[in-house]
Design a protein around this ligand. Structure first.
Ligand code: ZN
Length: 147
């Protein structure tokens, strides 16, 4: 379970700075693993020097992978950490901003190179949902939770 919390009965939430030059997704996963998190919500704001993101083609059941080189704001990145194949798994979506105020984004992928960014992670109570392959969508979705 969590390693850094002083009291397991209160919600555990913390800020972390993502290092310049690191891969955003890998850095989130590294920080979460160091904290021992398997069930958490996360958000990131900041800036990147390269952005990679996916669009899920629902017919083909495949991600289209896009990478854009350049300086972009991370207007918002929201995601979660749950369990897939027995290990913590980060799922996040990001909205990136251009200099003219326009925006683009999607399912966060690597390589996304951090310029400077601030992460907030909040651990959630109870056992994490587990991701299992769903034939209908072709995605690894959370199993239905008991009522
Ligand atoms: Zn996604």
């Amino acid at each position: 379970m969590r390693k850094n919390s002083p009291d397991a009965t209160i919600p555990y939430s913390f800020f972390a700075s993502l290092r310049n030059g690191c891969d955003m997704l890998e850095e989130i996963a590294r920080i979460a693993a160091e904290a021992g998190l398997r069930h958490a919500a996360l958000s990131v704001i900041g800036a990147v020097s390269r952005a990679s993101f996916g669009f899920y083609d629902q017919e083909a059941k495949k991600y289209t992978h896009m990478t854009r080189q350049g300086g972009y704001e991370v207007i918002n990145c929201t995601g979660n950490i749950t369990v897939k194949d027995g290990s913590p798994f980060v799922h996040a979506h990001a909205l990136f901003g251009e200099a003219d105020g326009s925006a683009f984004g999607g399912h966060l992928l690597s390589p996304t190179t951090v310029f400077a960014a601030e992460l907030q992670i909040t651990e959630l109570a109870g056992p994490p949902p587990e991701r299992v392959f769903d034939e209908k969508t072709g995605l690894y979705l959370w199993q239905a939770q008991p009522a």
